[in-house]
Every structure is written in structure tokens, then in C-alpha cells.
Design a protein around this ligand. Structure first.
Ligand SMILES: Cc1cc2nc3c(=O)[nH]c(=O)nc-3n(C[C@H](O)[C@H](O)[C@H](O)COP(=O)(O)OP(=O)(O)OC[C@H]3O[C@@H](n4cnc5c(N)ncnc54)[C@H](O)[C@@H]3O)c2cc1C
Length: 431
């Protein structure tokens, strides 16, 4: 690519690359903490920061429109002196040899100078690389155009195949069923949400979506998509061809780390940052889906947390770091996924659990699974059970626990069962 560097826009302040959830929060937090120098946010998409979660839920269902997705009104940017360069992709960045500031290069030949730099570039959907992957009717779900296109197709489709039994795939399947379409979900693992939940939660979601009319092909690889111009079928590894006039692909995301690579920043499955959102170059911070960070309890392990909560909280940390302030208190990771009328809320990180208990009855479609490691509560998945979610989130934020022996007793609220780690069980409640 040829860079035309004939137009330099001086920027003495902070440049945030990526106008999504994390980028906007970073700008907000800088201003809230008294930062008065210029702030520029460069965003490749032609919109200011918007909410992505509705794209696979209410927006896909047609319950909300594009206008309802903005995180802030246009006035907010002017009122807070935030220079939002919408529709501006940054193609390259060079840091000054002095180690202070640098220049960023836009696709249309402009140069943005900066003193401080933050990368909040998010991620993109992982794409299929099998024959037929480029056929019309094969859809991904990340942006407003993706969701608008899919919504239009679902309006005229009859048969939908969803590839991927993760959150996006299940939410999209629920939305397609709500329209009465014939939906089959294909997943290469033997169970749904395999990498993120315990077997009872996977089994629950399979049963619940099955009751709502979704067909499943678990443990099935997809080897080709059929069709001339438009997709007409999905070929599985056992030779079955599932008819499809729309294929929704939800097989995970890849962080956008091209700029980080150009800057020589350490990357693995994302830009590697520390607890303060600092990259391997301590003058550059990063936040959101583009990062991997130390696991809150096991700092030697890096985790990628693709959630609104992480984008927001990590951006607050990044802002504090840019301002040379103390890091805000560590927060408990949390996440939600609405699949039709099934509301899943997750508190904490269950990776590495060695025990779990089920509270409530999955058949009632209201239950929780609490995860333990070395006897301590580390996380919970709550299905249509917001009080359980809140109690576990609170216990984790206090550094407390909920004894597994007691957690299944629905005569008590989980809130009432929170106690200090190592506190003895009350008399009469011993297992
Ligand atoms: C369909 C969908 C449903 C979701 N549902 C949930 C949910 O229910 N619960 C939940 O917690 N999370 C959910 N998420 C995840 C959540 O939306 C993301 O974790 C969050 O948006 C991450 O924010 P971010 O700012 O890191 O990245 P993004 O929101 O992706 O923003 C990054 C921005 O940077 C821009 N950019 C990238 N490179 C450049 C460049 N070189 N120059 C300029 N701009 C650039 C991108 O175009 C993008 O606009 C969902 C995501 C999707 C896609």
C-alpha cells in the first residue's frame, strides 16, 4: 500500500484506534478523570460506537433498529471535545524514536500525530475456508451491515443451517426459529458451548432449543457448502447434505492485531497486555476484544475475554494507566447471552474448575451451576435465575465463597449462603 503523507493533522493528545465499546469507554474515562488534552478516536466503521449484543438478539428479531444501537448520541462527542473520526481506518502507526508519541496513517493519506496511543481494534469473525464458503447466503454476524443483511435474508428464507454451537450460533438459531424457519445447528464438538460451560448446561441448552424446534447435528464437521451462486446445502463429514438457503457461521473470532504487529508489540491470541492494560511497549495501552490478559486468579495464564463488561472495565484500567493513576479495583468478569426467552448470566471464569454443583432443576428452565476449584467458588452460570447470578458475582467480588455443600439447598437464597473462605459451615447445615 502507498501511504500519502502530505496532510498532517497535529494531535498533541491521545489517539484511540477503534471506535467500539472499549474505545468509547477509554475516551469517556479519560475525560471523567480530568484529562483535558485532545482526544481523537479513529473508527473504521461509518458509525459512532454502537452495541453489538442486540445484533444477534433484538435487532435480528426486528424489535429494535439501527437508531437504537448507538452507545452515545452525536452531541456527546462534541460536548466532550472528542474528535470522532468515523469511517477512518488507520493503516499504519509509527512511534517516535524518542519513545514519546508518534504518527498514525489513515487510508486517505492523512497523518494523525499523537502523544499517547491506545489500541481498541476489536475482533473479526473467524471465516470458513472450505469449498463454497463465498457463496451468497453465507452470513457472519459482527457488524450492523452483517446483521441487516442477515435480517433481510431471514425474512425470505425457509431453511437455515447454523454452523457453530457457541453463543452467537445459539442466539441466531433462536432468532431464526422465532420466525418459524426450519433451523439445524451443526457443531463439531460433541456438546454445545463446550469450551465455556459444564456438561449439564450444554445438555440443558440442547434440550431447550430442541423443544423450541431446532435440529442438532453435534460432533459433525462441515466439509463443503453447495450451490452455484447461492448456497443450497451444507455437506457434513459423514456425507449428509443439509438443505439450506441461509447459512449462519458463528465459529469464533480473531482479534485484529495487524497494527500491533506493525508496532512490534507482543501478541499471542490477541495483543498481550498486563493487569494495567499496558502492551509490551509500556507507552501503548490496549483494551477489549483485541487483547489477551492475565487470568485474574492465575496470572501465568493468558485469557481473552470477549464481553461488553471486559471491554468497558479494561478500558477504564487503560485510561488510568495513560493518566499515571492507580488501577481501578479489579472487577469480576461477567457475561450474558439471551437465546430467545432463555437468559444466561455468567459470573466469574469457570476455566480450570475441578468440581461443580447444580442448583435448581434444569427441566424447570431456571437453574444455576456453581463452579469450584480447590473447594473455592470461582464462577456460576445462571439460567433465568438473576438472583443467583447477582449473589455469586457479589461473593466473588468480596473474595468470599458459597460452600458447595450448601449451594444446592434452594430453601436458602445464595446471597444468604455467602461466607468468608475457610469460615466453618453453620451448625445444622453440615453435609
Ligand atoms: C453479534 C454479537 C453479539 C454479542 N453478544 C454479547 C452479549 O450478549 N454479551 C456480551 O457481554 N458480549 C457480547 N458480544 C461481545 C461484545 O459485543 C464485544 O466483546 C465488544 O463489542 C468488544 O468491544 P471492542 O471495543 O473490544 O471491539 P469492537 O466493538 O469490535 O470495536 C472495535 C472497533 O475497532 C474498529 N477498528 C479495527 N481496526 C481499526 C483500524 N485499523 N482503524 C480504525 N478502526 C479500527 C472496528 O471496525 C470496530 O468498530 C457480542 C458480540 C457480537 C458481535
Amino acid at each position: 500500500m502507498t501511504l500519502l503523507t502530505n496532510s498532517v493533522t497535529a494531535c498533541t493528545g491521545t489517539l484511540i484506534v477503534g471506535a467500539g465499546q472499549a474505545g468509547l469507554q477509554l475516551a469517556v474515562s479519560l475525560r471523567e478523570n480530568g484529562y483535558s488534552a485532545p482526544i481523537t478516536i479513529a473508527g473504521a466503521e461509518p458509525w459512532g460506537a454502537y452495541q453489538r449484543p442486540p445484533l444477534s438478539k433484538s435487532f435480528l428479531n426486528g424489535d429494535v433498529d439501527e437508531d437504537n444501537l448507538s452507545l452515545r448520541a452525536t452531541d456527546f462527542y462534541t460536548e466532550n471535545a472528542i474528535d470522532a473520526r468515523i469511517g477512518t481506518r488507520i493503516w499504519d502507526i509509527r512511534l517516535a524514536a524518542s519513545g514519546r508519541g508518534g504518527e498514525a496513517f489513515t487510508g486517505d493519506g492523512r497523518v494523525l500525530g499523537f502523544e499517547k496511543l491506545a489500541l481498541t481494534t476489536g475482533s473479526r469473525p473467524r471465516r470458513l475456508t472450505i469449498p463454497g464458503a463465498d457463496l451468497t447466503g453465507v452470513c457472519y454476524l459482527r457488524s450492523i451491515p452483517d446483521a441487516t443483511h442477515l435480517r433481510t435474508l431471514l425474512g425470505v428464507a425457509h431453511t437455515v443451517v447454523v454452523i457453530g454451537g457457541g453463543f452467537i450460533g445459539l442466539e441466531a438459531a433462536a432468532a431464526a426459529r422465532r420466525r418459524g424457519l426450519d433451523v439445524t445447528l451443526v457443531e463439531s464438538y460433541g456438546r454445545l458451548l463446550q469450551r465455556v460451560v459444564a456438561p449439564p448446561v450444554s445438555a440443558f441448552y440442547r434440550g431447550a432449543h430442541d423443544r423450541r424446534g431446532v435440529h442438532f447435528r453435534l460432533g459433525s464437521g462441515v466439509i463443503a457448502l453447495h450451490g452455484d451462486e447461492r448456497v443450497t446445502g451444507v455437506e457434513l463429514s459423514d456425507g449428509t447434505v443439509l438443505p439450506a438457503d441461509v447459512v449462519i457461521v458463528g465459529i469464533g473470532v480473531e482479534p485484529r492485531i495487524e497494527l500491533a504487529h506493525r508496532l512490534g508489540l507482543t501478541c499471542s491470541r490477541g495483543i498481550v497486555v498486563d493487569e494495567s492494560a499496558r502492551t509490551s511497549n509500556p507507552t501503548v495501552v490496549a483494551a477489549g476484544d483485541c487483547t489477551v490478559q492475565p487470568h485474574p486468579q492465575h496470572p501465568d495464564t493468558l485469557v481473552s475475554l470477549e464481553s461488553v463488561q471486559n471491554a468497558v472495565d479494561q478500558a477504564k484500567v487503560a485510561a488510568a494507566t495513560l493518566l499515571g493513576r492507580n488501577r481501578p479495583p479489579t472487577t469480576v468478569p461477567w457475561f450474558w447471552s439471551d437465546q430467545g426467552d432463555l437468559k444466561l448470566q455468567i459470573a466469574g471464569l469457570s476455566t480450570g474448575f475441578d468440581d461443580f454443583v447444580v442448583r435448581g432443576e434444569p427441566d424447570s428452565e431456571s437453574f444455576s451451576v456453581l463452579y469450584y476449584r480447590d473447594g473455592h467458588l470461582i464462577a456460576a452460570d445462571a439460567v433465568n435465575r438473576p438472583h443467583d447470578f447477582m449473589a455469586v458475582k457479589r461473593a466473588l467480588s468480596l473474595g468470599s465463597t458459597i460452600p458447595s455443600e450448601e449451594a444446592t439447598n434452594t430453601d436458602f437464597t445464595l446471597k444468604a449462603l455467602i461466607r468468608a473462605v475457610d469460615a466453618p459451615l453453620p451448625a445444622g447445615r453440615r453435609p
